[in-house]
Design a protein around this ligand. Sequence first.
Ligand SMILES: Cc1cc2nc3c(=O)[nH]c(=O)nc-3n(C[C@H](O)[C@H](O)[C@H](O)COP(=O)(O)OP(=O)(O)OC[C@H]3O[C@@H](n4cnc5c(N)ncnc54)[C@H](O)[C@@H]3O)c2cc1C
Length: 412
Amino acid sequence: MKKIIVLGGGASGVLASILLAKKHGGDNVLLIEGNDRILKKLALTGNGQCNLTNKNMTKDKFFGDKSFIESVLNRCDDRHTLELFSQLGISTVQKDNGKIFPRSYQASSVADILRLHLDILGVEVLTSEQITRINVDELDSNTNAPLKFEVVTAQNRYTCEKLVYALGGATYPKLLTCESNFVFLKNLGHSVKPLAPALVHLRAKNKSLHMLKGIKVDVSMSLISNGKILASDSGEVHFGDGVLSGPVSFQLSPFASNCLLNNVDVTASIDFFSEYTSGGLLEYFCDRAELLENFSLENFFSTLVHNQIGRAIIKEAGLNNAMSMKDVTDNDLINLMKVSKGFTSKIVDTNGYSFAQVSLGGIPTSEITENFQSKLIPNLYILGETLDVTGSCGGYNLQWAWSSAQLASLEI
Ligand SMILES: Cc1cc2nc3c(=O)[nH]c(=O)nc-3n(C[C@H](O)[C@H](O)[C@H](O)COP(=O)(O)OP(=O)(O)OC[C@H]3O[C@@H](n4cnc5c(N)ncnc54)[C@H](O)[C@@H]3O)c2cc1C
């Protein structure tokens, strides 16, 4: 029987294995991974550059129980992680926006160095062994704590005293992280908050949206539900075939996903003129209408926005491209201004788990201690994305994985 088995050779599982091997000796740690290599997902992160963490690490960047998240970050945030990384020889660099990357900007180099630490510490790493069941075998008659866990894989059975569960979230099923993994913890009595894809492209509906296909443009975007703004952000949006993608839509996607999960209507409102107030833009439109009174409405938008955007705004405002500016009324200008600052599309879906970076939902943090031990099954530790904590885009999700691994390893 092993002292410790770590399930899942992803970010949290590998870091925990390294720290536990340093503490208890490599012989006492067995790491089991279903893919043919550990850290396959880590090697893909940050478009292959690996956005490891972020200098602006606050609870507000996360979905989940904020007080739990705050307590975790107070004890282990980006600074603790960078200190640890420097001890592990992982050299990092910080960008102006606070995002932190390996100095090499090469995700695979982070995976390599972590793999080498496991080797040097003598951790037994089993790959291509997919976990199919977890059993709690013997209970302490006094405390009811498991004395033995049994891990069943497609090929073998393994037993241990302490079990670290790090099988990730529900997204990216091609790398084994999927909804069905949550059944292992459900069978042990844990509940699972509803799961949904997050940090993902959004599917949207609007009669003029197809006119914008192929355009990338800087905008401000808000998500609106029940007349309230849920979240706003600025940056580049990419218009696809009924899809809103690009950094700004990606960043807002967890809010939209949360609404879809709860069957609540949600609309994206895009402001193509965020540098103007509504009044300022109307004034500008009025002046421009006078200046270009001999032009058509379509030409009114020339050089202001991409031609396709201009035509879509005109259509949304219920007007005609060929209309002479002389025939455009004050009321028409008000409508054009309103659409220019609030081009709305109903969000109908996301692009799904296969394209999402992380999932919303998971094991509620109310079911674990502050050091990530299950409150239901002593000696079972649950790390990373499996928990109901989801970070924004920018290194927050990896930080959550690193934090959980470090705090759990202190206790195990
Ligand atoms: C394309 C992409 C880019 C991303 N970029 C970033 C980024 O730049 N910055 C950031 O902070 N976050 C990023 N993320 C999110 C981040 O990678 C995850 O939040 C993080 O890896 C979660 O760590 P984890 O240890 O909980 O799970 P994972 O890293 O997902 O590890 C889980 C491990 O368990 C294994 N496993 C799963 N099921 C089984 C099973 N049944 N049997 C055996 N093994 C199994 C998996 O193969 C995997 O190795 C990105 C995600 C994706 C998909």
